[in-house]
Design a protein around this ligand. Structure first.
Ligand SMILES: [Zn+2]
Length: 316
């Protein structure tokens, strides 16, 4: 989740001071994974300024992202369908925060909310963004049975019933809900194209353009199935405030659309160009957590014919 930078710039310096301890304790992303493929894919992200810190002490018991082991997820018949009510007019602007591009929404009222699913009340949409790889073999933050998708969408919502602001909710248990949607290579995605067309205008870090009237529900798969688990932000401050809802079915995008993501830059106009790719956090240990599914696990029937997948988790 590229969440940190969606906070108002004016409040950020103060907020950062408050978070210093949490940040130091939970910063663990530069830690290389022992898997060969993982080491390779982490080569670029380990150096990103977002993750530069004098301390890299692993911590926390519910960090994200994780590998979702399909056969270990537990069907919960009490999980309701997730409902989204997004008002396209609440879309405000799109900007490059130096780690991803974010589409921000007006969140002073309950015009764009989600409810149902595992949630006790509704949550307001704050922003959405993506994570992606330099090539198609990786890019998502979560994995399913240790398999990566080329990209992952995160729709970030906050609990406006219990909290006064996004900045407050970010620090609290159940403060945030993030919907994760995998992107796979396939058909051209017409809804995504409106976003893609805006990307050249935010090529450099800290650039922003108006982006009005957009309904992000066009980026959700029609299949209602999802997994849910208790986790964290995947960017500093890495607070353990997130109820994750990971959609089972990916959406399809075409190669040209993914390539437009990769044309963005981590860097500002004055800096040496660095392509915005591999902007994801490595997998974190599941520890004592259960991933629940909203759907029955027919996947078990196929398990004997599948190649055995290694456990692709970071060591605790
Ligand atoms: Zn994200």
């Amino acid at each position: 989740m590229a969440l940190m930078n969606s906070m108002k710039v004016t409040s950020f310096a103060h907020f950062r001071k408050q978070l210093k301890t949490v940040w130091a304790q939970q910063q663990g992303a530069a830690r290389p994974c022992s898997m060969a493929t993982c080491t390779h894919r982490n080569r670029n992200t380990a150096l990103h300024p977002l993750w530069q810190s004098e301390l890299s002490v692993p911590g926390g018991t519910r960090q994200s992202p994780i590998n979702i082991q399909w056969r270990d997820s537990v069907y919960d018949p009490h999980l309701k369908p997730l409902k989204t009510h997004y008002d396209p007019s609440t879309c405000l602007y799109i900007w490059n925060n130096g780690y991803s591009f974010l589409v921000e929404f007006e969140d002073s009222t309950d015009k764009s909310v989600i409810m149902g699913g595992p949630l006790e009340n509704h949550y307001r949409l704050k922003q959405f963004h993506f994570h992606w790889g330099a090539i198609n073999e990786w890019g998502s933050e979560h994995t399913v049975d240790s398999r990566f998708y080329p990209a992952e969408l995160h729709l970030v919502h906050w609990n406006s019933v219990k909290h006064a602001s996004f900045e407050e909710a970010i620090m609290e248990d159940n403060g945030l809900v993030v919907i994760g949607v995998f992107l796979k290579l396939g058909a051209h995605h017409a809804g995504l194209q409106k976003l893609v067309d805006a990307l050249p205008a935010v090529k450099h870090k800290n650039t922003l353009v108006e982006f009005e009237v957009f309904d992000p529900s066009c980026l959700l798969p029609s299949c209602p199935d999802y997994w849910t688990y208790a986790g964290s932000l995947t960017t500093p401050p890495l607070t353990e405030s997130v109820t994750w809802i990971i959609k089972k079915t990916p959406i399809e995008v075409d190669q040209d659309q993914l390539e437009e993501f990769r044309m963005l830059l981590f860097t500002s106009a004055e800096e040496e160009e660095k392509r915005m790719v591999d902007n994801f956090r490595p997998l974190q240990p599941l520890m004592n957590r259960t991933v629940r599914s909203s759907f029955q696990n027919h996947h078990l029937l196929n398990i004997e014919t599948r190649p055995s997948a290694h456990t692709h988790q970071s060591s605790p």
